[in-house]
Design a binder for this molecule. Sequence first.
Ligand code: ADE
Length: 223
Amino acid sequence: MRIDFVTLFPEMFEPIMGASILGRAREKGLLAWSCVNPRDFSEDKHRKVDDRPFGGGPGMVMLAEPLAQAIDSVRTKNTRVIFLSPQGEPFDDRKACELAKTDHVVFVCGHYEGVDERIMSLFDEELSIGDYVLTGGELAAMVVADAAARKLPGVLKKEDATESESFASGLLDFPQYTRPRVWRGREVPEILFSGDHEKISAWRQDAARAATRRKRPDLLSRA
Ligand code: ADE
């Protein structure tokens, strides 16, 4: 999978995209990413990328042309161009799986009061990571990139595979325990020491259902 981030703040990406599992995915050649800065396409002598909104009002609006040129500089025939914004379709696990099957994604990160509406014609889709407003699309783009990249074959170790985890099954994860057997007076459920894999599996299914009912009952009515 290859990702280009269209961003005014490329320095935000390496600390997150270059660390931990995503850093290893890059070393293994499973994920490649880079940043393209609309400022490099500004025709203004001050490298301006925003202006005041027509009709008045507070804040600045991102100019369409530098954004369009930044997108065009990386787009190919098979590119999916995604704009991150609070107005987008809610991002979820299903969308993460879908993106993991896409060869090339361009994430466009907005700033200020928004972007000139006419740029929307260049986007294949608009995604939101939740009903709140971030200072820019960068963190949202990295959230989406992380959730998609961990679905790529070989990114996680086999035993960490994603099929049984929260959301893939429509349920939350079952609870996990490790040593010590008793921690601050709290015991690990006895069944997990039984060695009976069928019973353990049934217990885990029940526990996942109970956790979902308690924490996210909305998921059960969707399943
Ligand atoms: N940009 C600002 N807020 C956002 C959000 N909630 N989701 C996606 N992009 C955003």
